[in-house]
Design a protein around this ligand. Structure first.
Ligand code: ZN
Length: 102
């Protein structure tokens, strides 16, 4: 059975495939409502400009869950730099609505 989820590297230019080392800037989106476990989803977004073709795009860098009713769980959350984030298509559809704050 084929897997539905695709691994996508947010640092790679969707037009030409050049890997960008750093986003132009990053910002954080906090979900206004907690999920059913009482956790808040924090989404870290980044905007990128491709040094090769000039294409600009935005991508989700990381999603974090904060809070909830299980004390101690936060500390168990791994903090890994360079983690590859899986993005589904439903996330990509929402990106256009996510404007970076000025
Ligand atoms: Zn490019």
């Amino acid at each position: 059975m084929p897997k539905k989820k695709k691994s996508k590297d947010p640092y790679v230019c969707p037009r030409c495939g050049t890997r960008v080392t750093e986003p132009d800037r990053t910002w954080t989106l906090v979900s206004p409502l907690p999920d059913k476990y009482g956790r808040i989803t924090i989404t870290i977004m980044g905007s990128f400009t491709c040094p090769n073709c000039g294409h600009k795009w935005r991508a989700v860098l990381k999603k974090l869950k904060e809070g909830g009713s299980k004390p101690g769980e936060q500390q168990a959350a791994p903090k890994e730099e360079g983690e590859i984030i899986e993005i589904d298509l439903s996330d990509l559809d929402k990106l256009d609505e996510m404007e970076p704050p000025e």
